[in-house]
Design a protein around this ligand. Sequence first.
Ligand code: 8ID
Ligand code: ZN
Length: 349
Amino acid sequence: PIPTEQWAQVAEQIGGPLIYKKIPVQQPGPDEVLIHIKYSGVCHTDLHALHGDWPLKTKKPLVGGHEGAGIVVALGSLIEDIQIGDYAGVKWINGTCLLCSFCQQSDEPLCAKAALSGYTVDGTFQQYCIAKAAHVARIPKDCNLESIAPVLCAGITVYKGLKESGVRPGQTVAIVGAGGGLGSMACQYAKAMGVQVIAIDGGEEKRALTSQLGAETYVDYIRSENLVRDIKAATEDGLGPHAVLLVAASERPFQQATEYVRPRGTVVVMGLPASAYLRASVFESVIKMISIKGSYVGNRRDTAEAIEFFRRGCIKVSYKTCGLSELQKVYDLMEKGKIAGRYVLDTSK
Ligand code: 8ID
Ligand code: ZN
C-alpha cells in the first residue's frame, strides 16, 4: 500500500536550510508514474540549486534530487508500457512536450518546456516521486538500484559528453574534475569506449580513485606548477589530448582548456559553476581549429545506452551510501571538494 505521507528533504527558500520532514505523497497525473525511490545520488547540481547559483528560478519549496532509482508503484490512466513493480529511474529531464522541433529530433533536453527534477518539479530526495512516463528511465531487473542511481545523471551526462566530443578508440581525453561524481563515471565510460584518460583533479584520494578506474595519468591541479605543460606532456606525442571534458564545479579550468587541447581537438563544457565564463584565445582557436561545445545531460536513447553499459558490467559506480536524513552532511563535504566519486542516499534512513 502507498502511504499518504513520506520523508523528504525540503528547502523552503534559496540557500536553505534543508528541513527533513514528512510531506504528503502525490498522485500521478494521466501521463505520469509514481516511483518509490529507494536510492538517490547527490549531484553537484542539487547544491547549485540550493544556492540559487544559476539564472533559472527553482520551484519553492523545493525537494531536490534527480538521480533516483526505485520501483513503480502507481500508474496514470494513459500508461500502458510500464507495469507496477518495474524498476525505473527519475532523471534530470522529468518530462518534455514531445512536440517541439527539439523533441521531434531527440534533443529533448533542449525543449523549452522541459520539467527538471529537483529544480522546477520536486525530485528524488523524497520516498515517492512523480515523473512523466515517457521520460522515466527503464531499469532492467538485473540491475542493483543502489549502485545504478548515479548513472541516472552523472552516467548519462558523461556518456553523452564523450559522444559529443567525437573522441575515438585509441585517442586521448582529458577529464577535468575526474575524481568527482561526473568525472569518476567519465573515466570509466571513456575506458569502456577504448579511449585513454588523463585525469585532472586535486589530492591523493582522487589520484588513487581515478587510477583504479582506469585513468592512464593523473595531473594534480593543486600541485602542478604548469598545468598546460603537464597535460600536454601526458600525451604520446606531446601535442595534447584529442578532447577535453570539463566537469569541474569551479571556473578556473574553463579558462585553460583551449591552451592544452590538441589542434583539431574538441573542448566539451559540462560543469556549471556559478556566473562562470569560458576563455579562449581567438588566435589559438583559429590556427588550432579548436571546437568548443556545451553538452547537457542526454536524451532517452542516451539514457538507455548509458544504463546498458552499466548492466553489462562495463561501469562500476564508485559511491558511498548514507541516509536521506544526512543530506546536509553530503553537501558540506561537496562544498569542500572532499567527495571522491558519488554519495548515494538510502531513502529509508
Ligand atoms: O548536463 C550537464 N552538463 C550536467 C549534468 C550534471 C552535472 C552538469 N553538471 C555539473 C554540476 O552542476 C557541476 O557544476 O557538473 C559539475 C560537476 O558535478 P559533480 O560531478 O556532481 O560535482 P563533484 O562531485 O563536486 O565534482 C567536481 C570535481 O571537480 C573538481 C573537484 O575536486 C571535484 O572532484 N575540481 C574543482 I571544484 N576545481 C577543479 C580544477 N580547477 C577540479 N578539478 C580540476 N581542476
Ligand atoms: Zn546531476
